[in-house]
Design a protein around this ligand. Sequence first.
Ligand SMILES: C=CC1=C(C)c2cc3[nH]c(cc4nc(cc5[nH]c(cc1n2)c(C)c5CCC(=O)O)C(CCC(=O)O)=C4C)c(C)c3C=C
Ligand code: FE2
Ligand code: FE2
Length: 375
Amino acid sequence: MDTRRTNHTVHCDFLHRRATFENLDRDEDHTMNKNWPDNHPSVAFGKVGVLLVNLGTPDGTDYKSMRRYLKEFLSDQRVIEEPRWKWWPILNGIILQTRPQKSGKAYASIWNNEKNEGPLLTITRSQSEKLAERFAALTLARPVEVDYAMRYGNPSIKSKITALAEKGCERLLVLPLYPQYAAATTATVNDVVFDVLKEMRWQPALRTLPPYHDNPAYIEALATSLKNSLSKLDFEPEVILASYHGIPQRYFDNGDPYHCHCMKTSRLVREALGWSKDYMRTTFQSRFGPEEWLQPYTDKTVESLAQSGVKRIAIFNPGFSADCLETLEEIDGENREIFMEHGGEQFAHLPCLNDSEEGMDMLASLTINELQGWV
Ligand SMILES: C=CC1=C(C)c2cc3[nH]c(cc4nc(cc5[nH]c(cc1n2)c(C)c5CCC(=O)O)C(CCC(=O)O)=C4C)c(C)c3C=C
Ligand SMILES: [Fe+2]
Ligand SMILES: [Fe+2]
């Protein structure tokens, strides 16, 4: 062991041991050291990591898995903006006593039984694999590793960032898969990423994808997907709802831009397709708890449309990157039922972008744009 080894030689030159790129410095002083490179730890380097992150899903629909998932999710102060002393008794004493069973049943109705996992996980994995294939086909200055993680549950952000770093990703692009920014979604993903990096000796350089609610590639993908899905229906909807996940009105009042991002996405999609405001309307779904959320509510709108004599509607979910409980069970299940019970006749849920060709074109375009100067 070379006891005269300095920080300089460690930090600047131990990379030579695994050098694969010609442009790395080859410091004369250092290579002349007779112990080089044996006195250097072996560390992989030279790659760029791309990490897709979505919300997460329980490991199973049983009580224990559901409880674990809901506890993690609903303990996040970005999601429930209440002081702990006020929220903890409600969460532990009321919500976690009943919701795991209720939500477990809902998840069971949309579960991917073949893979024994939620559809959100199946689709996010496929998006990651397809994006990796696209990057493998390109000639780039640095190899790109693509992977995926979940904010709550598995696979965790920590496990995937650690794995990417071990593979040699010195640069990391994180893609929170939420087109519209909300503190409860985008920010909480970034918080965890920063927390993970905080514990690393050799941190990767970091970029995070900004909200892409008005990105032309996203609007074009939505327009193409809508045209494709509508052409496959055996009826023509009288009204189309763009239904976004809601947030409490209070979060908006406190400055969250989510509502404005949703409204802009809707306007751009409408304009791209030449649709009127009456034909395509924006609503908010998935209320949680007693307080007021962003309005108009999807379920109330569906009910009043049916009651006012509208017979045929379609709903799409521009804010969800992948079909999940909230789109498959709440929209295609519950809201379909509400519509039919109140006099509606034909109902369609139009799929999310998922891993479709147009969805993958969009993800590739966003990623390549964010990787500028890195690859
Ligand atoms: C797409 C954006 C989302 C926002 C904004 C959001 C906010 C938000 N959500 C809850 C509570 C729950 N959401 C649940 C499921 C769920 N939420 C999103 C996305 C957003 N949530 C997705 C993609 C999913 C589905 C995950 C899946 O596995 O399929 C649930 C769990 C299910 C249930 O028990 O109802 C809860 C709870 C709050 C409080 C909130 C606040 C800002
Ligand atoms: Fe949610
Ligand atoms: Fe707004």
